[in-house]
Design a protein around this ligand. Structure first.
Ligand code: PXP
Length: 252
């Protein structure tokens, strides 16, 4: 059912997490002793076959900084996918930065569904304002939602061309007896989103083991993977870590 190869968006937030662990107070984000540099890692990930680079600029700036996003916008050759909260501040920021794609994600507790995706059902007006503003600016919007029928139907109604289905529930259940039920829930979510005319991405908690099953989900266009790739890169280097994930995504 996935006729095209699944694309890989590499989320480099945790490269910045490591940098901020030491250099939070520094007045710079790269150069001299300030490392690791997420931008350098992004360029190497692209060289190894990443199809896009994803960052989440959080309100608390706990990992990625505005300077990182600015440098990424100027230097990467693939697509920049900016994950952001659904707020007027971030909307204005995205309109200035002009990433290729924005993915609306929950940050405040009140914006989160029970499982952890963005509650688009509970805040339709707010989400629609951002989706419409992005469309007018030629920026593609994705909504990070649970594989829940109501959330999927409303995402389609709001006019977002893409959804990213939250795979965290499945990943957390992987070593439990809920794994198959969670997989089926995701699989049905992919089918429903596809039937509603949405392009289907997925992400959160995907690793080198569960990818063997995740890759069999129907209609997946792109997977966004961060923690497992960045973690693996500490022992193999980022290029090998990306190449290996891409191979596993092909079932090799
Ligand atoms: N997709 C979205 C929307 C995310 O917010 C994140 C980061 O939490 C990811 C994918 C990547 O998740 P992970 O780091 O677990 O691979």
């Amino acid at each position: 059912m996935n006729e095209q190869p699944i694309l890989l968006g590499v989320n480099i937030d945790h490269v910045a997490t490591l940098r901020q662990a030491r250099y939070r107070g520094a007045n710079r984000t790269c150069g001299e002793m300030v490392e690791p540099d997420p931008v350098l890692v992004a360029l190497l990930a692209e060289r190894a076959g990443a199809d896009g680079i994803t960052v989440h600029l959080r309100e608390d700036r706990r990992h990625i900084q505005e300077e990182d996003v600015r440098r990424l916008r100027q230097s990467i050759a693939t697509r920049l996918n900016l994950e952001m909260a659904c707020t007027p501040e971030m909307r204005e920021y995205a309109l200035k930065l002009r990433p290729d794609c924005v993915c609306l994600v929950p940050e405040g507790r009140e914006e989160v569904t029970t499982e952890g995706g963005l509650d688009v059902v509970g805040q339709m007006k707010r989400v629609k304002e951002v989706v419409d503003a992005m469309r007018e600016a030629g920026i593609i919007t994705s909504l990070f939602i649970e594989p829940d029928p109501e959330q999927i139907d409303i995402a389609a109604e709001l006019g977002s061309p893409l959804v990213e289905l939250h795979t965290g529930g499945y990943a957390n259940a992987y070593y439990t007896d809920r794994r198959h039920a969670e997989f089926d829930r995701l699989s049905e979510g992919c089918q429903r989103a596809h039937d509603a005319g949405l392009v289907v991405n997925a992400g959160h908690g995907i690793d080198y083991v569960n990818i063997a099953e995740v890759r069999t989900l129907p209609y997946i266009h792109e997977l966004n993977i961060g923690h497992s790739i960045v973690s693996r890169s500490l022992s193999t280097g980022i290029e090998e870590a990306v190449r290996e994930m891409k191979a596993r995504m092909r079932g090799v």
